[in-house]
Design a protein around this ligand. Sequence first.
Ligand code: SF4
Length: 116
Amino acid sequence: MKTVALTCIECPVGCRIEVDLEENKVLAVRGNSCLRGKMYAENEVVCPKRVVTSTVKTTDGRMLPVKTDKPVPKTEIFAVMQKINSATATTPVKIGDVIIKAVCEDANVVATGNAE
Ligand code: SF4
């Protein structure tokens, strides 16, 4: 058995959490103040995920801020960035518009800014 220590990033409190693991199976979680933190810790030690933020070029030559609408596995971030870097958003674009559908599993890349 091994114990992994991490800091929860789900809210500003930043609880210090310990997870007991055996062969990639979670045995126990300690230090979390809520269920959200427990779920974060369990996912982080088995399959860590992150929301990807970046920019996409637009058809009129500007850069549009974007992000994934769900966290994606850290192992897929490079592939997601390659798709983002090769995409072009057709203007006009509003916040929340899907720029790349299903970029990774069911996560989409969405606009976080407007481009009129
Ligand atoms: S365990 Fe809960 S209270 Fe603690 S940092 Fe995570 S989300 Fe916040």
